[in-house]
Design a protein around this ligand. Structure first.
Ligand code: NAD
Length: 430
């Protein structure tokens, strides 16, 4: 690799670490605001402002060329006062400690918000799975489980898929954990293939949850979904299924994007065709000549905007130019706190990430329950239960926002943090 490429990668890593630190700090800011709002003393904030445990591990993997490469991985457990911690494992070159910590805190908020008996956890490995063989990925997945096996387990901390990890990786991890413990442990991890105890509906759960939030938000704004024009940024697991569900519901998807560009057509895009042509990393715009940038897409005319790609997309620089009257955050942290204030002042209804993307962890919880009881539910059963959970959470957040005169983000944090703060107090921790 040339010096320029190495510098480029180092610069990207540096920028990502800075962004993650911002994310971590802004999460702490809203947690503080939420606890103050609920009247909890400063000790509660001191406990909840950081994860209880953060483990860093080194994972040796024999690569296909015979060499041994050492990877760095993390597992963060934010708070286990309510129950075992729960959260995905991310494989990405820009994974870093601050990001894993912040994401584990968000998982706590999500679990509290949808009333699951969990605290938040998160894991990550610094690697680029797009450049690794199947065999190398298996070695890395198994090595990670061996390295963290002391602190995880079905009643301690339950991992799941996240960016660039999938059901195959979950299957290897479950198998490795079961070998270490010497008994079959499907409840150790969620997001498994259905034949290994995975739940029906897990793959599409996040997008289903986002769709339910869009339906609820549209009702509040008096928008008929059949007449709505929707822009979706990102066409990966979350964005592509969501585009399909919203298209099936009769809405017009007028814009989509991926990391390489965006497509916009005020008459509506051919979603079936785009779904058919996208690759497994959620890339499709490379097939088209006339594309626009992601930045341009966000400011296009539409009724509902769904950022479903990466963080920090709606900022102080473009918040005043957003045309949508509803923004539903499928991605983690796509809107900065300053931008949230601008949108709120402009009367735009923002459904925050911790609520909008909680469908995934909800069906992960269903999977764990099914594994524990050894009795499995149909897709319809999963779907009905998911709808009940998300509709209920939306109602609670919306009315908390009205009652406390705050935006939906702070309202979601207030509900999300309450259970954990209360459980920590009952346990006598603070
Ligand atoms: P993914 O990797 O499957 O897809 C990501 C999409 O974003 C791809 O289309 C990619 O091309 C695009 N993208 C990447 N970099 C981009 C950039 N710089 N600008 C514009 N687009 C870019 O990921 P996913 O699972 O769909 O997750 C998307 C977001 O949703 C993430 O923030 C993730 O944390 C969040 N989320 C996902 C789930 C889930 O179950 N999939 C659950 C909760 C939250």
């Amino acid at each position: 690799m040339g010096t320029a490429a190495v510098l480029n990668r180092e610069q990207r890593q540096h920028n990502q670490e800075k962004e993650s630190l911002n994310l971590f700090n802004s999460t702490q800011t809203v947690i503080k605001e939420a606890l103050d709002n609920l009247g909890y003393p400063n000790e509660s904030f001191e406990l909840l402002k950081e994860p209880l445990r953060m483990l860093t591990v080194r994972i040796p993997v024999r690569m296909d060329n015979g060499s041994i490469k050492i990877f760095t991985g993390y597992r963060s457990q934010h708070n286990d006062a309510v129950g075992p911690t729960k959260g995905g494992v991310r494989f990405h070159p820009e994974v870093n400690e601050e990001e894993v910590k912040a994401l584990s805190m968000w998982m706590s908020l999500k679990c509290g918000l949808v009333d699951l008996p969990y605290g938040g956890g998160k894991g990550g490995i610094i690697c680029d799975p797009r450049e690794m063989s199947f065999r190398e990925l298996e070695g890395l997945s198994r090595g990670y489980v061996r390295a963290i096996s002391q602190v995880v387990g079905p009643t301690k901390d339950i991992p799941a898929p996240d960016v660039f990890t999938n059901s195959q990786i979950m299957a290897w991890m479950m198998d490795e954990y079961s070998r270490i413990r010497e008994f079959d442990s499907p409840g150790f991890i969620t997001g498994k293939p259905v034949v290994l105890g995975g739940s029906h509906g897990r793959e599409t759960a996040t997008a289903r949850g986002v769709t339910i939030c869009i339906e609820e938000a549209a009702k509040k704004k008096g928008i008929e979904l059949q007449d709505a024009r929707v822009v979706v940024q990102g066409f990966g697991n979350a964005g592509s299924f969501l585009a399909k569900f919203i298209h099936d519901a009769g809405a017009k998807v007028v814009g989509i994007s991926d990391a390489y560009g965006a497509l916009y057509d005020p008459d509506g895009l051919d979603i079936e065709y785009l779904l058919d042509r996208r690759d497994s990393f959620g890339t499709v715009t490379k097939l088209f000549k006339s594309t626009i940038t992601n930045k341009e897409l966000l400011e296009k005319d539409c009724d509902i905007l769904v950022p479903a790609a990466i963080s920090n997309q709606i900022t102080i620089d473009n918040a005043s130019n957003i045309k949508a009257s509803i923004v539903v955050e499928a991605a983690n942290g796509p809107t900065t706190l300053e931008a949230t204030k601008i949108l709120s002042k402009r009367g735009i209804l923002l459904v925050p990430d911790v609520l909008a993307s909680s469908g995934g962890v909800t069906v992960s919880y269903f999977e764990w329950v099914q594994n524990n009881q050894g009795y499995y539910w149909s897709e319809e059963e999963v779907s009905t239960r998911l709808r009940n959970v998300i509709e209920d959470a939306f109602r609670k957040v919306y009315s908390a926002a009205q009652n406390h005169h705050v935006d939906m983000r702070l309202a979601a944090y207030i509900i999300g943090i309450r259970k954990m703060a209360e459980a920590s107090r009952f346990r006598g921790w603070v």
